[in-house]
Design a protein. Structure first.
Ligand SMILES: [Zn+2]
Lengths: 117, 992
């Protein structure tokens, strides 16, 4: 239940919003020229990152406007919010930490140091 | 003398005192046996005095008021309280399940996983026995008569915990800030003050306006009264914070009037949903048990909890008390007992010596101490009778020498202290292991939070004062502080000898060293898990179920880690802890539901004509949140008869339908036509003003998601209608395209579903009715052809009338501003009587449209059906370069042969009505048969005088005329694949 700062309404509870998946997926302008694989790539393939993810969010129970959010999916920390149509910002500095400093992919709770020889 | 309060436990009547908890009242009455353990059904007593209690779980009250798994330590006594012990049969003292105790070699870690994995068919047999034998309390079968509610609260500071640290933090923050700052202090007990853990003999000094000094107990009393006086400091008692979520969002549960029986009140609990700018955690600490053989007998208590029972509740626990410790804190209990004249047999201390100050106190009290000794076994079934102690080697921790027997009826144990880091960990803060006293303490905050006092590993009173001032300094204006408190350093510092698993003279396999009391997990279970190859602490937790009971391992987690560390020879800090999860303490379902029950469970939407339907005796159907008339029975008419009558009336006279629930989206703007062109499969640019067109909407995967008729009101103005169920999702999908993909299009969408009601007038006499309604207008085919629209003044109200049809009959749909709808409906009804005007519901509507082969999105389609599959390629534009879903219609999968296609289906026996969803096979073979399709709609048609159905069949368009079968449990029904249009294929009735 994190807070999202809607660019049109201000800070509101997450329950007012819906996540619309990965941002910056642009619908191709020339669908008939695309192969099945190219079309499937646009249609189905989405990134699922543990860490910094660019996503679309909609203030569905508020102003109903769409906007872009940069979110650390491991911590739900919101790094940046920007309007639709704007290009994706570069996130400077270190990547936000995962809660226990675990790697970005896989379970962070498996100890890697214990191996009987 | 305080008032006596009567209560019953397992049907027996007892009396307690006014401020008693159920636990202290039971102990007051000498009731030490309060429950049976989970797996082995061993007799268990009260171990602790707060939310960490693992054993004393009771079933509170009965019938609808009942609540299972309630900690006796957390229930305040009220007059007439009724509690029962759990997990025993036939009685607490004689429990048949305790035979499990002697079968325990057969109940190892992972027992359930190992035994009941295979074969799956046997699970049903096992389940009966497991469900009876396992599980703690019983869930109620009746409705809960109490009420629960939720409250939202915003504050600047939230302080969790009303012990010395929490009270001090509240006072510092209140004094040091202006009075607009909102402070909330939450404490789980009914009275502030917390544990009174340390420093009972210490003096507190006050510097400032009020000068003076007094003993700790006097000072805490003063503070308790003092902080209640300020309006910007709100105090919630009997309230537990059970969740710490993102952005300082915390949930707490408040017990309303805990000293009143739930029978005598309406509101029982309230959930607080708190958003705090800053959170101060002062959640204290829990004493750890020691893990030794048979450490779970009734009469064994944590040393500090015992002190609370003796000090706060003025109880005498036993006649012969032994204290077993590895640290100094238990000596406070010893000292307290000495000062109040409660005898102590001896202290067994794992360490070789204690500091001179404590030694002197014990010398004065003449309490013998067995240094370097451990308790290696205990005896006594329903209550502890004696202990065995052995000398242990100071270096190897192995037993040396012979055992000594000591009789006792009360054993107080202390294995050190665990800061209560549950909420801190929930907030995603990082913990660090402190070797010095073997505990995890907060290291790095993840949220805007501060931990103070024992929950931060700061146990000594003078350090708590120092820490509170230091950590809160930057939040306040120090000049505003008019009082400053401090105390002198304590004379001793904590020193502890940690032996995670006390040695025993028996082999480990023969011992019962309980780590998790509530889930009956022993030291040997943990060893077994490790020897079976489990490494990750999260896996060991799940496999052994350590820390997974309702107490969330408050007394067991760190001991379990210590034992894993010892057995696997890995340092504790490398193991890490398991994740602490919400809820911190169990929450009732009633509290979670709050007021969102009955009528408030889900929104119920009704049309403006709803009252008329009610009066008419309509049966209703839920369509999304809408209540739609399903059919209107007359007298004792059954559903089939009513539907037949409604269908026939519509085909022969007039049927009138309340279609107000259809979604209506007003579309305006320069690019409205272009927008429709993109989202519908057919062409829209050439639609004339005043005309209507049916449209099919696809997802970009080519699958049908909605359909409906859109009318062109003006050059840049349309009204789109959607299916009832999809109105909201279509609207948001359209907004999505407009805002994110096509921001260059100037189009504005407004939902007008509730602004307009829709009255659909169908049948051969519909035109006559319209003529009576508006005598000056011309509703004939020439002037008002099918698929056209007019703005017409009906009885002084401007209405939009569309000539469209979902029944195949001549039909006029009147869209009227909602407030006038019921009136118009009634007038139509009066005027139409001579044409046998008949209201019809959704069931007749389905029959009428299915007779015509019209699809219903969500019934004939399921997200995997393209327009081509529906044989509707006539509506898919070949000229448009692109529209949503177009490219996907040419994917290898969507053009492949053998896709399911929409067909009509007629049973050979016209009386059989197929079941919707049943499967279609080409021929009857041995099971499993190849399924080639399924029935999507199936009805009886009074017009055809037979049953009929629609279905999706693989390659169905090429199979028309073929016989197939619908296999049912006791029969195989022969069917024929047909054309899906059963009535008036040439659409003559539309213009009849
Ligand atoms: Zn907004």
């Amino acid at each position: 239940m994190f807070l999202i700062n809607c660019p049109y309404c201000g800070e509101r509870d997450q329950i007012e919003f819906t996540c619309g998946g990965e941002a910056h997926i642009i619908r191709p302008k020339n669908p008939p020229d695309l192969s099945d694989d190219q079309w499937a790539d646009y249609l189905f393939m989405r990134k699922n990152i543990k860490g910094v993810q660019f996503e679309r969010w909609n203030h569905s129970n508020g102003c109903r406007r769409w906007f872009n959010v940069v979110r650390n999916t491991a911590t739900d920390e919101i790094i940046k919010i920007y309007n639709m149509g704007e290009s994706s910002p570069t996130i400077k500095g270190n990547e936000p930490k995962t809660p226990s400093g675990e790697p970005k992919i896989g379970s962070g709770n498996i100890s890697t140091t214990f191996e009987k020889k | 003398m305080s008032k006596k309060i009567s209560f019953t436990f397992d049907g027996k009547k007892y009396f307690g005192n006014e401020k008693d908890t159920l636990a202290s009242a039971l102990l007051r009455n000498g009731v030490f046996l309060v429950g049976r353990s989970f797996k082995y059904h061993r007799p268990r007593g009260i171990l602790a005095s707060g939310s960490e209690e693992p054993n004393a779980l009771v079933q509170l009250e009965s019938q609808g008021f009942t609540e299972p798994n309630v900690k006796a330590t957390e229930v305040l006594l009220y007059e007439g309280l009724k509690a029962n012990s759990q997990n025993n049969w036939p009685s607490l003292k004689f429990d048949i399940g305790s035979v499990n105790n002697f079968l325990s070699p057969f109940f190892p870690a992972g027992f359930y996983y190992k035994t009941f994995m295979w074969p799956p068919g046997l699970w049903k047999k096992y389940e009966f026995f497991i469900r009876r034998a396992a599980g703690l309390g019983k869930s109620p079968k009746e409705n809960d008569p109490n009420e629960y509610e939720h409250v939202h609260y915003h504050c600047d500071y939230l302080i969790v915990g009303g012990g010395v640290s929490g009270m001090l933090a509240s006072e510092i923050l209140r004094q040091g800030s202006n009075e607009n700052i909102k402070i909330l202090l939450i404490d789980q007990n009914n009275e502030l003050g917390g544990n009174f853990n340390y420093g009972t003999e210490q003096r507190i000094y006050t510097k400032g306006i009020v000068n003076g000094d007094e003993a700790y107990s006097g000072w805490i009393q003063w503070l308790k009264n003092h902080i209640k006086k300020y309006f910007n400091l709100k105090i919630l008692n009997s309230t537990s914070v059970f969740a710490y979520m993102h952005n300082n969002y915390l949930l707490a549960i408040q017990n309303i009037d805990p000293q009143i029986s739930p029978q005598n009140k309406t509101l029982r609990q309230r959930i607080w949903k708190i958003r705090a700018k800053k959170v101060i955690l002062a959640t204290g600490s829990f004493e750890r048990p020691l893990v030794f053989d048979n450490n779970d007998r009734p009469g064994i208590l944590l040393a500090n909890s015992a002190k609370q029972y003796m000090e706060k509740y003025n109880l005498k626990l036993g006649k012969k008390t032994v204290i077993f410790t590895n640290n100094d804190s238990a000596y406070q209990t010893a000292n307290f007992m000495f000062r109040t004249g409660i005898p102590i047999e001896c202290v067994v201390d794992l360490r070789e010596k204690i500091n001179p100050y404590l030694q002197k106190l014990m010398d004065i009290a003449k309490i013998p101490i067995h240094f370097g000794h451990a308790i290696t076994d205990t005896s006594g079934w329903l209550r502890i009778k004696s202990i065995k102690i052995n000398k242990i080697d100071g270096k190897t921790n192995k037993i040396i020498g012979k055992a000594i027997n000591i009789d006792c009826d009360n054993l107080l144990i202390s294995g050190g202290w665990n800061p209560n880091v549950n909420l801190f960990s929930q907030s995603r803060g990082k913990l660090i292991y402190r070797d010095l006293d073997g505990c995890f303490i907060p290291q790095e905050s993840f949220q805007n939070e501060i931990s103070i006092g024992a929950c931060n590993g700061t146990f000594e009173l003078e350090n708590i004062f120092k820490e509170a001032y230091k950590k809160l300094e930057h939040l306040i204006n120090p000049e505003l502080l008019f009082n400053k408190f401090y105390c002198e350093e304590t004379t001793y510092k904590e020193n502890i000898k940690t032996i995670w698993q006390i040695p025993s003279s028996k082999p480990l396999g023969k011992t019962k060293m309980f780590v998790d009391f509530q889930n009956d997990v022993t030291s040997k279970d943990i060893k077994l898990a490790l020897s079976e190859g489990y490494r990750s602490i999260e896996h060991i937790k799940r496999y052994t179920t350590t820390g997974m009971a309702t107490d969330q391992g408050k007394t067991s987690n760190v001991n379990a880690l210590g034992i894993i560390s010892k057995i696997s020879n890995r340092p504790i800090e490398e193991l890490g802890t398991t994740t602490f999860r919400l809820p911190y303490t169990p929450i009732t379902f009633g509290a979670i539901a709050g007021r969102n029950i009955k009528d408030f469970f889900d929104l119920e939407r009704t049309t403006p004509i709803h009252e008329w339907h009610l009066k008419r005796g309509a049966k209703f159907e839920d369509v999304g949140q809408w209540k739609r008339p399903w059919y209107y029975p007359i007298k004792n008419e059954n559903m089939q008869k009513a539907v037949n009558r409604e269908v026939e009336a519509t085909r022969n006279g007039i049927g009138i339908l309340d279609a107000s629930t259809l979604g209506k989206i007003d579309i305006k703007g320069r690019d409205a036509s272009e927008f429709l062109n993109r989202v519908y499969t057919n062409a829209w640019t050439k639609l004339e003003i005043g005309k209507c067109r049916y449209g099919l909407m696809l997802g970009d995967d080519g699958m049908v998601i909605d359909d409906g008729v859109t009318s062109r009101i003006g050059k840049n103005h349309y009204v789109m209608s959607t299916t009832t169920g999809n109105a909201a999702s279509v609207m948001s999908k359209l907004e999505d395209w407009l805002q994110t993909e096509w921001p260059d299009l100037k189009v504005f969408l407004t939902s007008v579903t509730e602004q307009f009601a829709t009255i659909s007038i169908n049948g051969p006499y519909s035109e006559k009715l319209l003529n009576k309604l508006c005598p000056k207008e011309d509703f004939s085919n020439n002037n008002f052809p099918h698929m056209s629209f007019k703005e017409i003044n009906v009885l002084g109200i401007s209405c939009r009338i569309m000539r469209i049809s979902f029944t195949g009959e001549k039909c006029y749909e009147i869209n009227i501003p909602s407030n006038y709808a019921k009136n118009l409906w009634e007038i139509c009804f009066d005027l139409g009587k001579e044409y046998n005007i008949t209201p019809y519901g959704t069931e007749a509507m389905h029959v009428l449209r299915a007779e015509k082969g019209f699809i219903i999105v969500g019934q004939e389609t399921d997200g995997s059906v393209t327009p081509i599959d529906l044989d509707m390629s006539w509506i898919v534009s070949k000229k448009k370069y692109d529209f949503i879903g177009k490219r996907a219609l040419f994917r290898s999968d969507t053009i492949k042969k053998g896709r399911k296609q929409l067909v009509g289906i007629l049973t050979t026996n016209p009386d059989i009505i197929l079941e919707e969803g049943s499967q279609i096979v080409e021929k009857i073979t041995k099971k499993p048969m190849d399924m080639i399709g399924h029935i999507t709609s199936s009805y009886y048609s009074p017009n055809l005088k037979r049953s009929f159905a629609l279905g999706l069949v693989k390659g169905g368009l090429d199979k028309k005329g073929l016989k197939m079968f619908v296999p049912m449990i006791n029969k195989n029904i022969e069917v024929e694949i047909t054309n899906p249009v059963f009535i008036d294929p040439s659409n003559k009735r539309l213009i009849a």
